[in-house]
Design a protein around this ligand. Sequence first.
Ligand code: CDP
Length: 221
Amino acid sequence: MAIVIAIDGPAAAGKSTIARRLAARLGFIYIDSGAMYRAVALWASREKLDPSDRHHMEQLALAADITLEDDGARVLLNGEDVTDAIRAPEVSRAASLVATIPGVRRALVEKQRAIGSQNNVVMEGRDIGSVVFPNADVKVFLDAKTEERVRRRAAEVNGNREVISQQLHERDERDRSRVEAPLTQQPDALYLDSTGLSIDEVEEAILRLVRARISNGKEYR
Ligand code: CDP
């Protein structure tokens, strides 16, 4: 049986950094599920399609060939490297619109489950512990104070704090309030607020849980 570590939480809480490090440490595959929603949103924008158009978005999600290469460092959409393009602010916004569409979620969740059923994975997103892998071996809800998340994202993209704060709020609100697979903390997830913690401290806290839950104290490699 493949092992699944699910890390959910709001935007810019540090999920990618931690998930990537954990995967490298354990020898698991790292899956950034958000990159898949972003890839569909990018494709829609290139086709000049409205990201709220349910029918077309579902078609794109079904047709999209999305692959994560180099341990998740590169994202390919239909064979093209879109790693940087999917991080544009307008793609973030469009991704959160696309992500409200049930047909899109169905298509992408299927892709995510296919990977997670074959491989040991660390998968990050909004609904991994709730919908994609409700029986995940380890579930973490990674949070951070809003100001800290804004600070981190502003540093990452070298952008204006006010604008980023407004964009982050809008997206979080949409992710938490949507009908389909909203962002919520699962009762069996470890809640971690990374605001005052170093990356090492967050990693250690999750590794303690991993060891207790799945490895009886031994390291994976
Ligand atoms: O990197 P950041 O935390 O800003 O966002 P992301 O993980 O790349 O996700 C982009 C958007 O995709 C989110 O705002 C969600 O609307 C959506 N998403 C989702 O609905 N479900 C997931 N499992 C992952 C992302």
